[in-house]
Design a protein around this ligand. Sequence first.
Ligand code: PA5
Length: 339
Amino acid sequence: MSPMSSKLEVNKNDMHSIVKSFPQLLRHSSLDVRLREQLAEMRDDRPTGICFIGMGGSSIAGGYVATSLADTSRQPIAVVRDESLPEYIGQGYVSFVVSYSGNTQETLDAYEILAERGCHTVTMASGGLLSKKKADCFIRLPPGFPPRGALPAMFGALLQATQTILGVPTTDLNHMAEEINLAADSWGGNLSKPAALAEWMRGRIPVFMGSRHLYPVAYRAKCQMNENAKTEAFASPFPEATHNELEGFTEKRAGSFAIVLLKSRAEGATNAKRLDIVAEILSSAGHDCTIVTASAPTQMGEMLELTYHLDLTSVELADINGVDPLSVPKISALKKRLK
Ligand code: PA5
């Protein structure tokens, strides 16, 4: 990554500061020339597929890159959140193995399978065991963040690395950061401010729904509410949820959920109508439901803007819930007992 990573202005002991550094982290995640050259060598081997492997906060960026490139890539792009790998991921594939700490068991186990299968591997970590493993290329992440707080750094680097391997132009991350900053300036209009959204969620279980490129954003939001705000939260793919989950929101539990429908500005006419009707149906069953629309002009901008907004919302909700957004004691206890 760029040597500028060391000059980040962020207080890593404060989740508010970490989340607010989202555009800055993204800007600083550009790959340096040496990494680009190593990745270009992999492109010359004409990979037959790409795979992203990681757990929790280290799995989100791969999901975002896969979604962003799915419409244009001729090669299949898989996302694996598991210690076992589908049989088709083998020679010919380039696999990105991502663990912020570098010590996540599932990810390390998956790495060993890849090594046995003779896959090209790109490892990404801030340190730990993964950083010492043999790989075709290693991307070092800036240290000292909670894994989920380093999403913009992981995303920017993974995006440019994947684009280099696929031989397509790399995204200008400065421009993306600018797009998010501009979009954030408009919050308070159709998109209420993060503090207001968190206040609206107070005491209820957040549920996020999104279609296509906004489903990974819904999933990230759910994870941020779980880990930062220490609340149950759920994410559902749209319109699939309208064929099952919609029926489950009965009058009996009215008032229990805060349902956020994520809407793209480029939503197709049918899906846009579907979202509006679902909001009406849920409201008439007594549920609290809001539609949140991004203002960024591109699909990737929408994903990043809504992520930035909902990450901020999760930290605001942590304050409301009186919990520490940085520590994850249950996850840490589990990891310790499995060691
Ligand atoms: O954000 C977090 O703290 C977690 O979701 C971690 O990302 C997850 O437990 C995996 O750890 P790591 O990212 O270090 O591989």
